[in-house]
Design a protein around this ligand. Structure first.
Ligand code: 5GP
Length: 199
């Protein structure tokens, strides 16, 4: 379970998309959310979009591994799909916030790798968050306040990568993924493999 968190504007979506495009062994954990769909998003690819009633029903039924309220909307990670996928040997990429990260870590500590991306500077983050040009100063200020609050949770992660260059950042994150896959405890079948080598 490879968790990628960051304040918005730190490049997490770009990095996540690239990992999914280039690494055939990892899948995206697609969350449920109550927030409205944005232009360009697809039901089932980016999120499963549900209303509050359906979300609450899923919470009650215990259908989420973790769920949290993030800036006024609800988000949850589906339990059944992920557990079945993990059991079948697939790696999963989670684009979730610090609250979800904490919950997954508490439940499945040994199977979790937590990576946090940071922007190179507050000025650069502000530039990225206001790059649409049409946003009012208020909207940008609100996004900056959210970003600061997300950044404050950086110390709940195993790895922290500063994204000052997207290619370099991608290489670093991929390096973490590869190294974590090579941990002895994660390599199933190693005992038989070594036994065969020794014969
Ligand atoms: P957005 O609405 O911009 O797609 O996501 C807002 C925030 O919610 C991001 O920080 C994202 O990582 C987080 N998020 C998305 N899905 C989940 C989830 O299933 N659980 C939790 N805890 N956070 C999520």
């Amino acid at each position: 379970m490879f968790i990628l968190s960051s304040p918005s504007g730190a490049g997490k979506t770009t990095i996540a998309r690239r990992i999914l495009a280039e690494d055939g062994a990892i899948r995206l954990s697609v969350s449920y959310t109550t927030r409205p769909i944005r232009p360009g998003e697809q039901e089932g690819r980016d999120y499963f979009f549900v209303d509050r009633q359906e979300f609450d029903r899923k919470v009650e039924a215990g259908e989420f591994i973790e769920w949290a309220e993030v800036f006024g909307h609800f988000y949850g990670t589906p339990k059944a799909e992920i557990k079945a996928g993990l059991k079948a040997g697939h790696d999963y990429l989670f684009d979730i916030d610090w609250q979800g990260t904490q919950q997954l870590y508490q439940r499945m500590e040994v199977d979790v790798v937590r990576v946090f991306l940071l922007p190179p500077s507050i000025g650069e983050l502000e530039r990225r968050l206001s790059s649409r040009g049409t946003d009012s100063a208020d909207v940008v200020a609100q996004r900056m306040a959210r970003a600061r609050s997300e950044i404050s949770h950086w110390d709940g992660y195993d790895y922290v990568v500063v994204n000052d260059d997207i290619d370099l950042c991608f290489a670093k994150v991929t390096g973490i993924l590869e190294a974590e896959r090579m941990r002895r405890a994660r390599q199933t079948g190693l005992v038989d493999f070594v036994r065969e080598l020794m014969r």
